[in-house]
Design a protein around this ligand. Structure first.
Ligand code: HEM
Ligand code: HEM
Length: 167
């Protein structure tokens, strides 16, 4: 529960940060600073996500209530699997792209992490494109997830939202 809510907040903020980056003019010193902050927070969130996945592999959540229609249980499970996939792809694609550019990552604008890849525009463009494309899929899945959570809050027959809260 703690990891779910921590990562939910962090990911939503990071998506907002990514959208904000689009407004920052390219090839300016400010953009370098903001992009490096985004890369640094993104890498920390990536580590938190790894911790969550390691925890999740050892701890099965309780089964969804049998009172839920089968299609809802299947849809929830599929949505969760895809959310985990996005949680892995987002930081990994961003991090990999950065390492195929001569800029690498300047961690919190303080420590330069030298890139381990070659400076190659097309490899960079592939992983950066994957990062951007996945962000749209991620936002769609999160929206669906939120709508489902709200539906369960309004019609709380299955107590799904309650069991995700330490009550
Ligand atoms: C901020 C609004 C959010 C709400 C109200 C919410 C609500 C919930 C609830 C109620 C569950 C529990 C379902 C169950 O009991 O089986 C859940 C599970 C889950 N949520 Fe969220 N969530 C939110 C944001 C997010 C975000 C942003 C992500 C993605 C980063 C996310 C990823 C997941 C995943 C992957 C699960 C499945 C956990 C598992 O079975 O391993 N949630 N969420
Ligand atoms: C959970 C982690 C992350 C999330 C949710 C996230 C989300 C986003 C979003 C929503 C955008 C804007 C996409 C658009 O232009 O429409 C973006 C852009 C960007 N992200 Fe991330 N990001 C994450 C991690 C990272 C990491 C770890 C790096 C690199 C180490 C990174 C590097 C970048 C860069 C360079 C851009 C600008 C791309 C461009 O405009 O060409 N991100 N990110």
């Amino acid at each position: 529960m703690v990891l779910h809510w921590l990562i939910a907040l962090a990911v939503l903020a990071q998506i907002g940060f990514g959208w904000y980056l689009q407004q920052v003019p390219r090839r300016t010193p400010e953009r370098t600073i903001y992009v490096n902050y985004h890369k640094s927070t993104g890498m920390l969130i990536g580590l938190l996500i790894l911790l969550r996945i390691a925890w999740r592999l050892k701890h099965r959540p309780p089964a969804l209530p049998a009172s839920m229609p089968t299609w809802e249980r299947r849809a929830a499970r599929a949505n969760h699997v895809l959310l985990y996939a996005c949680m892995i792809i987002m930081p990994l694609a961003g991090y990999t792209a950065s390492n195929f550019s001569k800029f690498g990552v300047k961690f919190f604008n303080a420590v330069l992490l030298p890139p381990w890849g070659v400076d190659d525009r097309s490899i960079y463009a592939f992983f950066n494109g994957l990062h951007i494309a996945t962000s749209y899929v991620f936002v769609a899945l999160i929206t669906l997830h939120l709508l489902a959570a709200m539906k369960h809050a309004i019609f709380p027959h299955h107590r799904i939202l309650r069991r995700m809260l330490p009550l």
